[in-house]
Design a protein around this ligand. Structure first.
Ligand code: GDP
Ligand code: MN
Length: 422
């Protein structure tokens, strides 16, 4: 059966958006964890979207249909032909082990499996979408992924002949079974290097040519497609000897959105309520589990702020970057989002004035406090351009609910202490 690009069906985007219920995740399924730099703008694809993405780069995937009801599942199975695999579409791995991947030989079996899998909770992700694809006859299951190794400033490729649902165990018990290469983005992945990589991974020699061809396409998909992660587990050898992607885990870099048509993928992203609210206000926000709400200007400063909160013995409740313009409206929006989080016990506003001047920031904060009634105490550290003027403006407003500290560390300590008291 010839690989065909997956049919995406005809549901309106908004409907897909409602159907997905999950938090994004963007690391490989196992093993080597590149230094975890939080990516605030990743777009995680569901398996069927990942396969559509792969198909655009000529990577063979199975024909299938995304569906949302049992009846649609049966119709899809009739259309692609039996046997089919009924697969839960959630932003989580380990679907097979959780009962979210089932083989069906006829309409009754599709009906049974689709009925069981729709609504199934897989690691906290409720299944709303199924992917019905033609079943493949498998002779080998491999693993491959490309991801960014930030500390090496290179792309990391991982390849193993021991792929499939036990890959996590392989990574722990037999790490040598995973062949790794680091690829300089300037050099790219050459065919010669790719061939050596395939040999190092000890894949079945009879598939070397097919495997090299697929891996080169996957590398192109990963780089030209602006992905942060492209993983296939299992990458299968079919009984007819063809190399084929049986699963797809893809995370795209949202910063490259302008170069692509990703609306369909964006629509199935599900942020938590706080993230949704912040996103609507145009704020860069990531919800975390702690009690100190964080507002900073610039992503770098926001990240350092998370670090000093941790250093001071506290836990940040969020990451929030208000960007360059710290005017009253932006500040009020940021405070509103944080104020709505019941876990927040104190708020740490950490601003370093650059182009934005200190007195503008201070006016912004004072204006915001008039616009929003904040329940948690606020600690402000204001530094940089015209910081003294800013602090002077804030001075008459200071109280035990609005504290100013000269340094980042002192401010973090005060915010953590207040969070513990509340
Ligand atoms: P995951 O558990 O979330 O990674 O889901 P996968 O898509 O990787 O499927 C899990 C396992 O189901 C695979 O490793 C295969 O062993 C099996 N599987 C999935 N699709 C097929 C298929 O078309 N044919 C056969 N024989 N097995 C399949
Ligand atoms: Mn898999």
């Amino acid at each position: 059966m010839a690989p065909v690009s997956p049919d995406l069906g005809s549901k309106p985007i908004t409907e897909w958006a409602r159907l997905c219920e999950a938090r994004p995740m963007s690391l490989p399924s196992f093993g080597y964890q590149p230094q975890r730099v939080t990516t605030f703008s990743a777009v995680d694809l569901l398996e069927y979207q990942g396969k559509q993405f792969f198909a655009q780069f000529g990577i063979p995937v199975s024909d299938g249909r995304p569906v949302t009801t049992v009846d649609e599942a049966v119709a899809a199975a009739e259309a692609v032909g039996y046997p089919v695999v009924v697969k839960a579409q959630v932003h989580a791995g380990g679907r097979g082990k959780a009962g979210g991947v089932k083989l069906a030989n006829n309409a009754d079996e599709v009906r049974e499996h689709a009925g069981n899998i729709l609504g199934l909770d897989i690691s906290g992700h409720i299944t709303r979408i199924l992917w019905i694809e033609i079943a493949s006859d498998i002779s080998e299951e491999y693993y491959v992924s490309f991801t960014l190794d930030r500390s090496a400033k290179k792309h990391l490729g991982m390849l193993s002949k021991e792929g499939g649902v036990e890959i996590e165990q392989v990574a722990v018990e037999n790490p040598d079974a995973i062949a790794k290469i680091w690829i300089d983005p300037v050099d790219g992945l050459t065919e010669a290097v790719c061939r050596e990589w395939v040999l190092a991974a000890n894949l079945n020699p009879s598939v070397t040519v097919g495997a090299v061809a697929l891996l080169l396409k996957l590398y192109t998909a990963y780089t030209d497609g602006d992905a942060d992660l492209a993983e296939i587990n299992p990458l299968i050898v079919k009984t007819d000897g063809k190399v084929h992607a049986l699963d797809a885990k893809v995370t795209l870099d949202n910063n490259a959105q302008y170069r692509h048509e990703w609306d369909e993928y964006e629509a199935t992203q599900v942020r938590d309520e706080r993230e949704e609210a912040a996103h609507a206000k145009g704020l860069q926000y990531v919800g975390l589990d702690g009690t100190v709400g964080v507002i900073a200007n610039g992503a770098g400063l926001a990240m350092s702020t998370l670090d000093v909160v941790n250093q001071a013995g506290g836990k940040p409740a969020n990451f929030l970057d208000i960007g360059g313009g710290a005017n009253a409206e932006v500040m009020a929006g940021a405070l509103q989002v944080i104020n709505d989080d019941p876990n927040v016990k104190s708020i740490f506003i950490n601003i370093f004035g650059g182009i934005t001047r200190g007195e503008e920031v201070a006016k912004g904060i004072i204006g915001a406090l008039e616009m929003v009634n904040i329940s948690a105490p606020i600690v402000i550290r204001l530094d940089g351009t015209n910081a003294e003027e800013g602090r002077a403006l804030l001075a008459p407003h200071l109280s035990d609910k609005l504290v100013s500290k000269p340094t980042m560390l002192e401010a973090a300590a005060a915010a953590v202490e207040l969070a513990k008291k509340n």
